[in-house]
Design a protein around this ligand. Structure first.
Ligand code: GUN
Length: 296
């Protein structure tokens, strides 16, 4: 079997277009413009690139983008005061504090200072609890993007065996909760799992989110399974820099039913889902119907 390639770039473009159309309607009919505030503390070069991309994508879908660039030595009190102002600002519907923060700042404290309804990353402890108990919440962007692609490919996920390899708070755990919410039978596997190969071979849906280049070979994939590769690992091969996933793509694509490539799979969905979450937050704040197909 040769797997269908799930084109995340095209899917993300579709999601962004849906968001843009909804934003245009909100502005025209309600005079309401969704706004996203991104807070960057310090000058980490990778974070600067992410923040620039988020700003450009936000503007592109017709939302307001508020960038808050603070010096690396910003005190916790100043950062918390800034977040309090954004929490109270009615033009701001989503707040994202770019991680990692400089070492002197307590990330948990800072993230939990964001108003849960504006926490478009879905990292606030209230949103984690709401998701875990099957209640309406803000859902972390990367797992939300994976869920959208899975629903698009399968229709209903009910009854499917899903294996999530990786137990991070940002991807593995919320991914498992979302799959459970869609009635999958879910296993969370990790570095200490016994006979990981056999566990993976039982998966109708295999989500790899471990951050180890090409650690899942094709012979761990059940024939016809759907493989979602969240990994983005920089490696050097034949003297050239390359991006690879957590799955060995060539061997997995030879047996899977569908697979996301790296790059061009899950990656582009993350920003698209950040925009979707900002739109959802704005609709909820205005007491308006939520956008269809863009939430969990
Ligand atoms: N840094 C890298 N990825 C992310 C993300 O998804 N959210 C935030 N806040 N910071 C990040």
């Amino acid at each position: 079997m040769v797997a269908k390639v799930i084109d995340g770039k095209a899917f993300a473009a579709k999601v962004r277009a849906q968001v843009a159309a909804h934003v245009a309607r909100l502005r025209e009919e309600q005079g309401l413009q969704p706004g996203l505030a991104v807070v960057l503390v310090g000058e980490d070069p990778a974070s600067q690139v992410y923040v620039r991309n988020k700003h450009a994508s936000t503007v592109e879908v017709g939302m307001a983008s508020f960038e808050h660039r603070l010096p690396a030595e910003t005190s916790e009190a100043d950062l918390l005061a800034r977040i309090a102002r954004l929490n109270a600002d009615p033009a701001v519907h989503g707040i994202l504090v770019q991680l990692p923060l400089p070492k002197h700042l307590d990330s948990d404290l800072v993230i939990n200072a964001i108003a849960p309804a504006k926490d478009v990353d879905g990292f606030h402890i209230s949103n984690v609890g709401l998701l875990g108990t099957g209640q309406k919440s803000m859902v972390p962007c990367t797992p939300l993007g994976c869920l959208m692609m899975l629903r698009d490919h399968h229709g209903s996920l009910a009854g499917l065996n899903a294996v999530v390899v990786g137990r991070s708070n940002i991807v593995g755990k919320p991914m498992a909760q979302l799959l459970l919410g869609d009635s999958c039978t879910v296993t969370i596997a990790h570095s200490r799992t016994k006979d990981l190969a056999a566990v993976c071979r039982g998966a109708d849906i295999l989500v790899a989110a471990v951050g180890r280049p090409e650690m899942i070979p094709g012979d761990w994939v059940k024939p016809g399974a759907t493989v979602i590769d969240v990994g983005i690992n920089r490696i050097e091969r034949d003297g050239k820099a390359r991006l690879v996933g957590d799955v060995h793509y060539e061997s997995a694509a030879a047996v899977a039913g569908a697979i996301t490539p790296v790059p061009g799979g899950v990656g582009p969905m993350t920003i698209a889902c950040l925009l979707a979450n900002t739109l959802t937050a704005c609709c909820r704040a205005g007491g308006l119907p939520e956008p269809e197909g863009l939430t969990a």
